[in-house]
Ligand binder design. Structure first.
Ligand code: RTP
Ligand code: MG
Length: 140
């Protein structure tokens, strides 16, 4: 079913701080089902590939360094209107601008170390999910 899945990562800052459980609880309580999940760690090269769309942005090198600085959780989430609803749940990129009660408002440390990733389109959700999980590693 198109449009009912999104992809997320619990980023190194939140993983290191021990906030993964609390974040996953918020995600489940918001109605998302976790249909794939693993703890892993990106190399700088893999982070660079994942964030290739941001290659020309000034923050790209720092982002790749940060995203490979420690372990993460990668997960595929299922819910009606998953991409949009998840971005509303996590809040703005910069926690200073994130709405009260959003995951980034509660857990993010900075505009870079902002606790979680959320796909920005159905197309990217599928690409990003396939970056981390093969067909045997997710609920079909
Ligand atoms: P994400 O892709 O991680 O869900 O975040 P997003 O859509 O809200 O933000 P995006 O523009 O896609 O940026 C990707 C990640 O790059 C880091 N960033 N740093 N220093 C900066 O100005 C800056 N801007 C963005 C953040 O980790 C952001 O989530
Ligand atoms: Mg993005």
């Amino acid at each position: 079913m198109a449009g009912n899945r999104t992809f997320t990562m619990i980023k190194p800052d939140a993983f290191e701080a021990g906030n993964s459980g609390a974040i996953l609880k918020m995600i489940e309580e918001a109605g998302f089902k976790i249909v794939a999940m693993k703890a892993t760690r990106l190399t700088p090269e893999l982070a660079g590939k994942f964030y290739e769309v941001h290659k020309e942005r000034p923050f790209y090198a720092d982002l790749c360094k940060y995203m490979s600085s420690g372990p993460i959780f990668a997960a595929i989430l299922e819910k009606d209107n998953a991409v949009e609803d998840f971005r509303n749940l996590i809040g703005a990129t910069n926690p200073a601008n994130a709405a009260e009660g959003t995951i980034r408002k509660i857990f993010a440390k900075s505009i870079e170390a902002n606790a979680v990733h959320g796909s920005d389109s159905d197309e990217n959700a599928a690409i990003e999910g396939s970056f981390f999980f093969n067909q045997y590693e997710r609920v079909l």
